[in-house]
Write a protein that binds this ligand. Sequence first.
Ligand SMILES: [Cu+2]
Length: 101
Amino acid sequence: MATSTNTVELHVKGMTCQSCVANLSEELADVTGVVETSVDLNPEGVSTVTVTSDRHLEDTIFKSAVTEAGYQLVGLSRTSLSLAGDQKAENGDCDCNCGRR
Ligand SMILES: [Cu+2]
């Protein structure tokens, strides 16, 4: 199995205290593939929830987990960290026809 680590940042509205944090963390922990969740709580606005998984997970999976826990997913951003076994040599090959004729 290829080891790749996927990190997704969820922007979640409606979390106000540590039990919200625990609540959502639990919900996310139930998602297959999720290995780690960390929450940067912002009680007055949008909290940032960083989810690390060992596979690619669809946006809709996160959305339903957040909704299930009773909060609102207002945004999502991905930083795909390919840590191992995914080093393709990109030699900057030119796609266009320059220099060919
Ligand atoms: Cu709470």
